[in-house]
Design a binder for this molecule. Structure first.
Ligand SMILES: Cc1cc2nc3c(=O)[nH]c(=O)nc-3n(C[C@H](O)[C@H](O)[C@H](O)COP(=O)(O)OP(=O)(O)OC[C@H]3O[C@@H](n4cnc5c(N)ncnc54)[C@H](O)[C@@H]3O)c2cc1C
Length: 424
């Protein structure tokens, strides 16, 4: 059986940076991945441009799910301490050092060449320079820790052969993006070695609504700038109305917490999936009062306009048609509207209620929420508190971030910390 000082399962974002950092200290490293190439998922990130970090890096941006006070404090504290160790400036500098410059747009950082390829290529080149052994197209089946001779070692069993090491890093991601090799194996490996796993669920994904077929047929495909609200959270930006529900970055940002709430009820024995309410503001740049005054002015000067014509001046035609359909006589003249009618119309477009009844699966989700419980991990090394010599990095941990480079920053940060400790 071939033996290495360090084995890393996963040649994704966190596994590759950890490999570089460990190998720089002269440690003999083996990285194993089931995919045909390193960083397979990275090529798909940021629509191929790889949004690898963000100008504004706050621990709050790593809490896209609803947590109780205790969990929130634990997560914030853990993330803050990790980011204090390796932050976005360190990330930008790291990539600069290995041959990749970056640029940012509205705070979102990308490789200067606007291609994920240049980031993956720089990492691969550095791994090769450091003589890290990379074994691709090799799936790890299971891992165990047992006494070999006088010492405890990890045995990593793959579909071809087994390898031995004294330190093992699980950098195998979560369940999001199974076509990129992430099938939740890391949770199984961690659980088998006695770790608590917070239920993994998709996050940063589209939501299914109970909107009538009639409405969906009218507006499917329409993009609009709006604000979405859920509980005490809100998110602003471009959203897309689809034939199954609603999508777009503001929806992604709130999806983690909504999906976890949906599953709270859903988890109870055979209960039907529950529903959650979100409210969408289709006219976010004007408040109710401004709109009321504006419409009153129009009514005064153009009283013979129809209700639909009034609304089309401020909202996409298809959204106007879909929402007024069957509720108001679209052709009714606006000078026939009472103040209460007007307020009701404004409310319809500013507080439109969507009932969320489902969500897109891991195939479409960008990240997994849940994972290895942070109470089982030492933030300063990423080593397990339960199994000496076992480390975790990236999405496998119970931390997920918002859209905007936060999930990759988490991978760089934890990969760097783990890589540093692996070489000690
Ligand atoms: C479409 C898409 C777009 C995204 N865009 C962005 C973005 O722009 N910015 C951002 O910050 N985040 C983005 N993300 C999220 C980000 O890519 C991940 O959070 C990040 O890559 C996680 O890093 P990781 O090292 O934990 O795991 P990954 O990068 O997922 O790598 C894990 C690796 O482990 C391997 N593996 C798993 N199990 C085994 C096994 N049993 N045996 C062998 N190998 C195994 C997999 O093949 C995989 O290569 C995106 C995700 C997706 C799906």
């Amino acid at each position: 059986m071939r033996s290495y000082a360090v084995i890393i399962i996963g040649a994704g974002a966190s596994g590759m940076i950890a490999g570089v950092v460990a190998a720089r200290k002269g440690v003999k490293v083996l990285i194993i991945d089931r995919q045909e190439k390193c960083g397979h998922k990275l090529y798909a990130t940021g629509n191929g441009r790889c949004n690898f970090t963000n100008e504004i890096m706050k621990p709050e941006y790593f809490i896209p799910d609803l947590l109780n006070d205790q969990e929130r404090l634990l997560r914030m504290d853990f993330v803050k301490k990790c980011l204090d160790n390796f932050n976005k400036d360190d990330t930008i500098e790291f990539f600069k050092e290995i041959g990749m410059l970056s640029y940012h747009k509205d705070g979102y950082y990308y490789p200067a060449g606007e291609q994920a390829y240049s980031l993956v290529h720089a990492l691969e080149r550095e791994l090769n320079r450091l003589n890290v052994t990379i074994k691709l197209q090799t799936a790890v089946d299971y891992v165990e820790k047992k006494k070999v001779g006088l010492r405890e070692s990890f045995i990593v069993h793959t579909d071809e052969e087994s390898f031995m090491c004294s330190k093992l890093l699980l950098a195998c991601g979560g369940e999001a993006g199974p076509i990129y090799g992430c099938k939740g194996d890391g949770y199984r490996f961690a659980k088998d070695m006695g770790h608590d796993i917070k239920t993994p669920l998709p996050s940063l994904t589209a939501l299914y609504t109970d909107t009538s077929k009639k409405i969906r047929n009218i507006w499917a495909g329409v993009r609009f700038k709006g604000e979405v609200r859920y509980a005490d959270k809100s998110s602003y930006g471009e959203m897309i109305l689809t034939d199954y529900g609603i999508s777009g970055i503001p929806i992604f940002q709130l999806s983690g917490m909504i999906i976890r709430e949906l599953n709270k009820v859903n988890k109870s024995v055979n209960a039907p999936i529950s529903s959650e309410l979100i409210f969408v503001d289709f006219i976010p740049d004007y408040d109710e009062e401004e709109l009321f005054d504006y419409f009153k002015g129009l009514i005064k000067n153009y009283g013979s306009l129809s209700v639909i014509e009034l609304i089309r001046g401020v909202v996409n035609f298809k959204i106007s048609e879909a929402l007024l359909n069957g509720i108001y006589d679209e052709e009714k003249h606006i000078n026939d509207l009472t103040d209460d009618d007007l307020k009701r119309i404004i409310d319809l477009f500013k507080n439109y209620e969507f009932k969320i009844i489902g969500y897109s699966s891991y195939e479409k989700a960008q990240v997994t929420s849940g994972g290895v419980n942070l109470t089982d991990v030492d933030f300063s090394t990423m080593m397990s508190k339960k199994v000496e010599g076992l480390y975790f990095s990236g999405e496998i941990l119970d931390v997920s971030g918002l859209c905007g480079g936060y999930n990759l920053q988490w991978a760089w940060t934890t990969g760097y910390i783990a890589g540093t400790s692996l070489s000690v």
